[in-house]
Every structure is written in C-alpha cells, then in structure tokens.
Design a protein around this ligand. Structure first.
Ligand code: NDP
Length: 349
C-alpha cells in the first residue's frame, strides 16, 4: 500500500521534501474484519487543498492558524509526522461490513493519501453513478470546494443582480465557481490571478467581464480602479494581504466581503498587517469569515442548483489533474506557488 507520509512538522512554506512516499512491504489483505462495520476502499482521486499546508504544522506551535483550523475542521485531525496526510478523496468500495455500502459503490469523504484505506462510513457520501459527470468532480465542484463557493457567495454576500463582484485567486478551484455563480446572478464580475494563462481562462472560459494579473500589476489599487471604476459591491476574499488592503479602498458603501481564505498569509513568519481596515466603519461594510463545514445542511440544496447548471452547460469546470500518488507532494505544495490551473486533483487509480 503506497502512502504519502508527513516526515516532520513544517515551518514556513511547506515543501515537497516535508513529505515522503512509502510502500508497505507486506501484502495487504483487501478485506475488512467481520463485525468491524468498516469499509475498505480503493482510492481513485485525491483533492489538494490549501488548508492541508496549515495541517502540516505542529498544532500547538503557537500558530493560531493551525490550531483554529484543526479545531474547526473537526472531521479531520492535524497531520502527524510518520503518518499519512489526509483530505477529500473519491474511492471505490472493495469490501464492506457496513450494510449501507456495498462492494462496487463509489464514495467521497476524507481519506488518507494512500492507495487503499479502511474507513468508517461516518462522513462518507455515496456517489450517484446515474449522474453523468467525471468521478473527479467529487473532489471539488460536487463536494467541499463547490459548497464553499456556493455558501460563501450566496449566503455570506447576499448578491443582487447588477452588483459588481471581485474575486481573488479567481482561476483556482473556488474562485472559478464564484465568478461563474456571480455571472449567473447577473453581476459584473472581475477576477485576479497570477499568470497570463489564468487571466485568459477567466476572460475566455469562465466569462468574467474583466481580469488582471496581480503579479504584473504591482499597483493593485490602480488595477482595481481600471477594472471596477464603479467600485466593488462584493469581494470574495481568497488571498488576503496587500490585495485585501487595496480592495478595501475600492469597496462601495454597504459592500460585503466573504472571507473564504487568505492564502498569501498562511506560511509567512509574520502576517502582513491590513492598513485600511478602518474604511469598514464609514463604508458600513459587512465582512464575514466562514467555513464550508458550517453549511453542510445546504449541501443537497447546492446539488439541486449546481447539477442542472452542469448538465445545461451553464457552468464550466477546469481541473488540473496530476497522475500518480508519487506526484501528490509536488502538486500539493504547488498550490502555494500558483502552479495549479483550476482545481488541483491527483489521480491515483
Ligand atoms: P486554488 O485552486 O485557488 O489554489 C490556490 C491558488 O492561490 C494558487 O493557484 C494561486 O493562484 C493562489 N495563490 C497562492 N499563493 C498566493 C499568494 N501569495 N498571493 C496570491 N495568490 C496566491 O485553491 P482553492 O480554490 O482550493 O482555495 C482558495 C482559497 O479558499 C484559499 O484561501 C483556501 O484556503 C480557501 N478555502 C476556504 C474554505 C473555507 O471553508 N472557508 C474551503 C476551501 C478553500 P494565482 O496563480 O492566481 O496566484
């Protein structure tokens, strides 16, 4: 059984060398113990998510980020050196002692990064194979990523037709969906991303009204003023730092900011301060952080919304699929350097 193991707790940016691939020399019995109520799965696709970098740090290292993340994402424990890392995955059931799952079922949920896992049915969703979508979608648009974009945009931002929306990390997993949801709502949508290829995708594939490459425009304020001269009603925050500071200066009165993530800050020794926060007061801005897990009760409502959109091709979804578990560490740490174009997925079988 090949696995991706955390070698040691990390400091600063996670690196490929913080993880290692091990293969158990023992032949594995691909069966669950009778009476265990467990299921054995063969893992097919794994999701790479930015929070996983935070989980590689020591939980009580004084880093408020990792402690809060670990407490809140209670379905997952912090990673432990010497043990496999874990995340959302899509798997096939190969043996089951749980009457609600049968051999041959496909499921998604949290799994260790390994070829075969014995898991409990808790928090495991059975995949309806009559829905004609790639199985890999259950690592993203049809699981946590999709719920994040949906809940963050519709529940936190309360969008109205005709409003202006700005999305950072817009060509990523969450960002591409938020931008398209906002277009479906009839909003004017602008995104930022870190390469020309990603900006082209925003404009030509996801239907954003305008976009800019933040790495080539050091004056973010000027870029925002050019793309959104009428100001920003809604900001979907994925990156934090300087971008947040510039956005604050361009927010409209009664604007809303959904704080989904701040990837630019996760691995800095000292987080950058936000200088323009005071504008929240006189502009009466509503700024709210959230976690997808707060909205699990909206998941079926989300599927009712998103599946017809996919079916009628009102939504497109771009994945960056890397083949082989051994290429997982590079793909995961690549998230923090903008290597992924769209949702980063690992195909392991
Ligand atoms: P993405 O697919 O967007 O991948 C991460 C992207 O972030 C990279 O491709 C890169 O794009 C961008 N990025 C990396 N470093 C920086 C930096 N220093 N400054 C600016 N951009 C950077 O990941 P997700 O869509 O999965 O996640 C997006 C955000 O949503 C993250 O902040 C994540 O933590 C958060 N999140 C929150 C959840 C919640 O429940 N609240 C759930 C899921 C995700 P580029 O080339 O454009 O720089």
């Amino acid at each position: 059984n090949k696995q991706v193991i955390l070698k040691h707790y990390t400091k600063g940016f996670p690196e490929e060398s913080d993880l290692m691939i091990v293969t158990s020399p023992d032949t594995m019995e691909l069966k669950v113990k009778p009476g265990s109520s467990a299921i054995m799965v063969k893992n097919l696709f794994l999701s790479c998510d930015p929070y996983m970098g935070t989980f590689m740090r020591e939980p009580d290292s004084g880093s408020s980020d990792s402690e809060v993340a670990v407490e809140t994402l209670s379905l997952l424990d912090a990673f432990i050196p010497g043990k496999p890392i874990a995340g959302v995955g899509v798997s096939e059931v190969i043996d089951s002692d749980d009457p609600s799952f049968a051999k041959g079922d496909f499921v998604w949920g949290i799994v260790d990064w390994e070829e075969y896992s014995t898991v409990s049915s808790f928090g495991r969703f059975k995949i309806d194979m009559s829905i004609n979508v790639p199985l890999s979608y259950y690592t993203g648009i049809l699981s946590v990523t999709g719920l994040t974009a949906y809940a963050g945009f519709f529940e936190i931002c309360s969008p109205k037709k005709g409003e202006t929306v700005f999305v950072s990390a817009a060509a990523g997993a969450v960002g591409q969906l938020v931008g398209q949801f906002a277009k479906l709502m009839g909003c004017y949508v602008v995104g930022s991303a870190g390469s020309k290829q990603k900006v082209d995708l925003l404009l030509n594939k996801f239907g954003f009204d305008d976009a800019f490459n933040y790495k080539e425009e050091p004056d973010l304020n000027a870029a925002l003023k050019r793309c959104l001269p009428q100001g920003i009603d809604i900001y979907f925050e994925n990156v934090g730092g300087k971008m947040l500071d510039s956005v604050l200066m361009n927010m409209n009165v009664h604007g809303r900011i959904a704080v989904c993530g701040m990837i630019s800050q996760y691995h800095l020794e000292t987080q950058e301060g936000v200088k323009n926060l005071q504008v929240v007061v006189y502009k009466r801005i509503k700024m709210q952080g959230f976690l997808a897990f707060d909205f699990v009760d909206r998941f079926s409502k989300y599927l009712e919304f998103v599946l017809p959109c996919l079916n009628e091709r009102k939504l497109v979804y771009v994945e960056d699929i890397v083949e082989g578990l051994e290429n997982g560490p590079a793909a995961l740490v690549g998230l923090f350097h903008g290597q992924n174009v769209g949702k980063q997925v690992i195909k392991i079988a």
